[in-house]
Structure formats: C-alpha cells, structure tokens
Write a protein that binds this ligand. Structure first.
Ligand code: 8Y7
Length: 294
C-alpha cells in the first residue's frame, strides 16, 4: 500500500467545529436511558449524565456519543418525544460546560434536528440515514454524520446474518449511503463510515471485517470502529465476564488504530486512551522524546 493510501482523512467537521483525526479520537459512550434504580427524576439523571461525560472528557474522550434509545436486541423502542426528553437536557448542559464534539446516537430525523440545534456536532445513525427524511434532515443540520452498516433490525439482526462476501457487501452498502449523502449536499468533510461490528454479524463476519479494515480505511472517509464490550468477545473467549469483554475491546482498539481507524467508540475511555497512547508511541518515538518521557 502506498503512503498516501495509508494516510486516512485528517479531520471531520460540523458547521460549528472541526475535529482533528490525525490521531484517532476516542468517542465516549453516554447512555441516557432511564435508570430503574434512580428515583431522583430527570434532573438528577441529567446531572449524572453530564458529570459522566465531563469525566470521560478528562480521561481523553474527544467525542461524547449521547444515546437515548437502546439498540440492544430486544430493547423497547421509544418515541421521539421521550427520546428528546432524555437527550436534549444533556446535550444543552454539556454544550454549556464543554467544547467537546457532541454526537447524537439516533435514527429519527426529528431527534437529529433538535439535538443539533441544541449543540450536537455529529449524527451517529446505526441505520445510516435510511429512515424517511433522515438524509434531508441531516443535510439541513450542518452536522457531521456517521454512516453505520447494519443488516436487518436490532430486534432480529443476530438470528441468521448472511452475506455473499461480508467485506464486499458492507463496502457496497456504505458506498451507496455515502452517495445518497453527497446527492443531498452533504460534503465529504462531514462524513465518516462504520462497518457496524455486531449489527447483523456472526463472530466470523466481525473477524473478517476487522481483518479487512484497510479496505475501509484506505478510502477517502474516516472510519469509526465500535467494538466496546460487545458479545463477539464473549463468544470468542467463551467467557461471560466484563473484564474479558474489556480486554478484547482494548486489543481490538489497538488493531483498529494500527489499521487506520479515525474514531474508536468505547465505554472505557481511560483504558482506550492508554491503548492509543501506546500505538502512538510505537509509531513515532519522537512523540515520547518531545513529551519528556523519552
Ligand atoms: C455502535 C454504535 C452502538 C457501533 C456506531 C453497543 C450506537 C451497541 N454500537 N454506533 N452504536 N458504531 N457508529 O454495544 O459499533 O454499543 S450500540
């Protein structure tokens, strides 16, 4: 591979801000689905979420991904009003207290629009803007967009995932969604792509995509990789404990960084930041020397 092809795109931009991706950015996951153990109400939940977000920023996150609807298989769908009631106060409060790049994890055009008006910079859509009106809504916001591949829908996607060739199929899907965005007037500097690990994929599909990550990172758009704590590690290790899942996630994050990923989505920001620090130190010993650690 040529040096040029090995150099992934250097940034992603919203109308408000530009995020430098010459070093991979850590995206911290912020779930704001109601906590059944909390009786403090929405205000308390908002404060707790913002505190967690600011902790993740202090630990190295450069993007916070705010999600108000679980995409786990079997999760209960929520309507747009409820989703907005969960995420908007968090986005507003976080934007008031931090300059961090804020991502909104949603598939609903109405939520995209309101979240971006409240200060979100990136629309992270596991449906890749396939909901009616989503491409147009995203184009209007001026926000960046992450287009993720998913086969099927969350409720049933793990029942019998099947591909002719998983790498070619996922690549073709993402190319088509990128084309739809370009046609709606979204410039490339606002786009990134994601093979969607675990979304309608067997363990073998996930491993095949990870092995072939260069197919995605050698293109013109930044690549987001999300493997944090996913059940692929439970299966691979035949172990059902959280430390095993985190170990797998961190090792996969290292692989992803070595293969040109621009954004790593994770629950474990401090640990993932350390992994990226190691990847950086191995890639360029000048970084260590100039940081005074050499
Ligand atoms: C991903 C994601 C989830 C991912 C992107 C989980 C919202 C499931 N996974 N978004 N969302 N990529 N872009 O286990 O892999 O975190 S939710």
């Amino acid at each position: 591979m040529s040096e040029i092809a090995k150099t992934p795109p250097r940034f992603i931009a919203s109308a408000r801000a530009r995020l430098d991706l010459r070093e991979p950015a850590v995206m911290g996951i912020l779930n704001v689905t109601p906590d059944s153990f909390s009786d403090g109400g929405r205000f308390v939940e908002t404060e707790r979420a913002v505190t967690h977000a600011l902790d993740m920023v202090a630990q190295g996150a450069r993007i916070i991904d705010v999600g108000g609807e679980s995409t786990r298989p079997g999760a209960t769908p929520v309507d747009a009003d409820e989703e907005l009631a969960r995420v908007l106060p968090v986005i507003e409060a976080l934007r008031a207290r931090s300059d961090v790049f804020i991502s909104i994890d949603t598939v609903k055009p109405q939520v995209m629009q309101a979240a971006c008006a409240a200060g979100a910079d990136l629309i992270n859509d596991v449906m890749a803007l396939r909901a009616p009106g989503a491409v147009e809504a995203a184009a209007r916001t001026g926000a960046a967009v992450c287009l993720m591949h998913m086969q099927g829908e969350p409720r049933t996607m793990q029942q019998a995932p099947a591909y002719d060739d998983v790498v070619t199929d996922v690549r073709a899907f993402l190319d088509a969604r990128v084309a739809a965005c370009r046609a709606a007037g979204v410039p490339d500097e606002r786009l990134c792509i994601d093979p969607g690990f675990g979304f309608g994929k067997t363990l073998t599909h996930n491993l095949t995509l990870m092995r072939a990550l260069d197919v995605f990172t050698s293109g013109p758009l930044p690549v987001l990789v999300g493997v944090s704590r996913k059940s692929m590690f439970k299966q691979l290790f035949d172990a059902d404990d959280m430390p095993s899942r985190i170990n797998g996630s961190l090792a996969a994050a290292f692989w992803a960084a070595q293969h040109g990923a621009g954004i790593i989505r994770t629950h474990d920001v401090r640990e993932t930041t350390q992994v990226l620090t190691l990847a950086r130190a191995l890639a360029d010993n000048q970084a260590m020397a100039s940081s005074g650690k050499g």
